[in-house]
Design a protein around this ligand. Structure first.
Ligand code: 3NM
Ligand code: MG
Length: 522
C-alpha cells in the first residue's frame, strides 16, 4: 500500500460541516469529486464514537478504493483495518507505531520546522505533512506559520529519500496554485499533494470543491524554466532582438492594461512611460477594488518605494488576485536593504504571492538574497557590484522561481537558465528620481502583452516568456534613453525625462534592433 496517491488529501472535520449537511454524505461527495486519501481526524470523540465514524467512513472509502488513515489513535486504526496512522509531534513515537501496526502500514507525521523533518527522515516515516502553510481557523496553531516559501526548505530535505510530502493549513482553491508554485525547490522537488479540511468539509458542495482543487493540482506541473537558445541557425541574441521588436508592435496593437501600485515619487512618470510604450496604466491602490482590477488588467506592478504599513493590504490582495487570475506580477522591492520594515514587508509579500519578475539594483538583489557582497545606501546600490553577476542572477532566479532583472550599468536578466546582459543605456538614467521605477513599469507593460498574447493561444500558466517581457522592458527603455540624451534640446536630467517619453512614443522596432547591445549566456 505504499502507492498512495497523496494529491488530494482530505482531513475530516465534522464540526465544520455546514448546517444540515450529513457527514457521511459530505465524505462520499468529496470522494466523487476526486479526493485520493482520507484521514479521519476526531479530536473530541469518545472511543466508541470514533470507532463508529472510522468504521462507516472506511466502508464508504473502500467503495471508492480510497485509502484511509487515522489521526493519532493506533487502536482505532487497528480495529477498523485502516491503511495507516497520522501523528503529530507530541504523539506516539514512530518506532512504537511501527511495532504495533502491520508491516506495510502508512505512517505520516506533521512537521512544522526543519528539525521535525530531519527527525521524520531518521524515523523512517512514509510521508510528512508540512504546515501550517497559511493561517487557518480549523486548528489552534502552536507553531509559527511555515509560509509558502518555508515549504520548499522543508521539502528539499527529502531529496534522495522516498518520503512523500503534502502541505496543509489554509489551502484553498484560490491560493493552491501559489502554494504549489511557490513551494517548488531549486532541485525541482514538488509537493506530492495538498491536505485540506475546511475548503472541502465546510462546503455545501464538497464534490465541486474537491473537483476544483483536483483540477488545479493536475494543471500544475513544475515547468522548468526554458531559457533562450539559438533557433534554426539564428543566434540567441538575434532571436531575442527580433522577439522584442515584435513585442513593441504588439504593445501598440493590444494596449495592455497595466495595474501599478507604485510609490508617490514615481507614479506620474510611471503612468506616462506606460502610455508612451503603447500600454494603458491604471494606478489603483484601494484594497476593495483589487479583485475587480485584477480581472481586467493584463499585468500587475508592485513597487514598495514609499509604502506605509497600511499599504500592504492592497499589495497583498492585488498579488493574490494576480496569481489567482494568472496575470504576470512584476515586483520591485525598492530599498529592501534600507530598513527592517522593508525587509519584513518583502518577506510577507513574497509569502503571499508569486512574482513573475523581481526587479532591482545590485544592492536590492543582494539584500533579497541575504548576500553581503553588495551594500546599499538608502535605495541606491554601492560599489562595483557582484564579482560574478551572471552566476548570481541565475542562482537567485532559480531560488525565487521567477525572472530576476538586476539593473545597473549592465543589466542582467535571468530565468534560472539563460542570462542576458544588456549594455544599452546612459548614466543620466541614474540622475533623476524614479528611473528604476519606470523600468518596472516598462517590464510590466511588456509582460502584460506577452501574457495577453499567450492567453489567446492557450489558457496556460504564463511564467515562461516573462524572461522576454523583462528583456523588452529594459531594452526599449535604455535604447530610448540613449537617443534622448543625443537630442539638442536635452540639457540635463530635467529636460531628459520629457525627451525620453517622446522617444519611447516614436521609437521604431527597427531602431531597437539595430542599436541593441546584448549578450546571452546559456
Ligand atoms: N494540521 P484547513 S493545520 C489539521 O499545521 C491541521 O499540522 C495542521 O485545515 C498543521 O484546511 C490543520 O481548514 C488544519 O485550514 C487545516
Ligand atoms: Mg496529535
Amino acid at each position: 500500500m505504499s502507492l498512495i496517491d497523496y494529491s488530494l488529501y482530505l482531513v475530516t472535520g465534522r464540526s465544520l460541516l455546514p448546517p444540515e449537511k450529513d457527514y457521511y454524505q459530505s465524505l462520499e461527495e468529496s470522494l466523487q469529486g476526486g479526493v485520493t486519501v482520507v484521514q479521519i481526524r476526531e479530536k473530541d470523540a469518545e472511543t466508541a464514537e470514533f470507532l463508529e465514524v472510522a468504521t462507516k467512513s472506511k466502508e464508504i472509502c473502500d467503495r471508492y478504493d480510497v485509502p484511509i488513515l487515522i489521526n493519532d489513535r493506533v487502536d482505532v486504526a487497528l480495529a477498523v483495518g485502516a491503511h495507516g496512522v497520522h501523528v503529530g509531534q507530541t504523539d506516539m513515537s514512530v518506532a512504537l507505531l511501527r511495532s504495533l501496526l502491520p508491516k506495510n502500514a502508512i505512517i505520516g507525521v506533521s512537521c512544522n520546522n526543519t528539525d521535525h523533518v530531519r527527525k521524520a527522515i531518521k524515523d523512517g516515516v512514509d510521508y510528512i505533512g508540512i504546515g501550517a502553510v497559511w493561517g487557518t481557523q480549523t486548528k489552534k496553531l502552536t507553531n509559527p506559520l511555515v509560509g509558502v516559501r518555508g515549504v520548499s526548505s522543508r521539502l528539499e530535505l527529502l531529496d534522495g529519500t522516498n518520503i512523500k510530502a503534502v502541505a496543509i493549513g489554509g489551502i484553498k482553491s484560490t491560493n493552491l496554485l501559489r502554494t504549489l508554485h511557490g513551494s517548488v525547490t531549486t532541485t525541482n522537488h514538488v509537493l506530492d499533494g495538498i491536505a485540506v479540511v475546511s475548503e472541502i468539509v465546510a462546503s455545501q458542495e464538497p464534490r465541486q470543491a474537491a473537483e476544483k482543487l483536483s483540477k488545479i493540482f493536475k494543471s500544475f506541473r513544475a515547468e522548468p524554466p526554458r531559457g533562450i537558445s539559438s533557433s534554426e541557425g539564428v543566434p540567441a541574441e538575434r532571436v531575442i532582438i527580433n522577439k522584442v521588436a515584435q513585442l513593441m508592435s504588439a504593445v501598440r496593437d493590444i494596449n495592455p492594461l497595466v495595474h501599478q501600485i507604485t510609490n508617490i515619487v514615481a507614479a506620474t512618470q510611471s503612468a506616462n512611460i506606460t502610455l508612451a510604450l503603447g500600454g494603458s496604466p491604471i494606478m489603483a491602490t484601494e484594497p476593495k477594488e483589487m479583485e475587480d482590477i485584477s480581472r481586467i488588467s493584463n499585468a500587475l506592478l508592485v513597487n514598495i518605494g514609499t509604502m506605509r504599513f497600511d499599504g500592504k493590504e492592497s499589495m497583498s490582495k492585488a498579488g493574490y488576485f494576480a496569481n489567482a487570475n494568472k496575470k504576470p506580477l512584476v515586483f520591485d522591492p525598492v530599498g529592501i536593504g534600507a530598513s527592517a520594515f522593508r525587509k519584513e514587508t518583502v518577506k510577507d509579500l513574497l509569502n503571499t504571492f508569486q512574482a513573475s519578475v523581481i526587479k532591482g539594483n545590485a544592492g536590492e538583489m543582494a539584500a533579497l538574497a541575504n548576500s553581503q557582497e553588495v551594500l546599499t545606501k538608502g535605495v541606491d546600490s554601492l560599489g562595483a557590484g557582484f564579482k560574478d553577476p551572471v552566476g548570481f542572477v541565475r542562482a537567485l532566479a532559480k531560488k525565487e522561481r521567477c525572472v530576476i532583472a538586476m539593473t545597473g550599468a549592465v543589466d542582467y536578466i535571468s530565468d534560472g537558465v539563460s542570462v542576458i546582459a544588456l549594455r544599452n543605456g546612459h548614466e543620466v538614467l541614474g540622475k533623476f528620481t524614479g528611473s528604476g521605477c519606470i523600468v518596472g513599469s516598462s517590464i510590466a507593460t511588456y509582460c502584460g502583452v506577452v501574457s495577453a498574447q499567450s492567453e489567446k493561444e492557450d489558457g496556460k500558466l504564463v511564467h515562461g516568456d516573462m524572461l522576454l517581457g523583462a528583456v523588452a522592458g529594459i531594452l526599449v527603455l535604455t535604447v530610448a534613453a540613449e537617443l534622448a540624451v543625443q537630442r539638442e534640446d536635452v540639457k540635463g536630467p530635467g529636460t531628459f525625462l520629457p525627451a525620453l517619453i517622446d522617444q519611447l512614443w516614436s521609437l521604431k522596432p527597427e531602431t531597437v534592433q539595430s542599436l541593441a547591445r546584448l549578450e546571452v549566456f546559456s
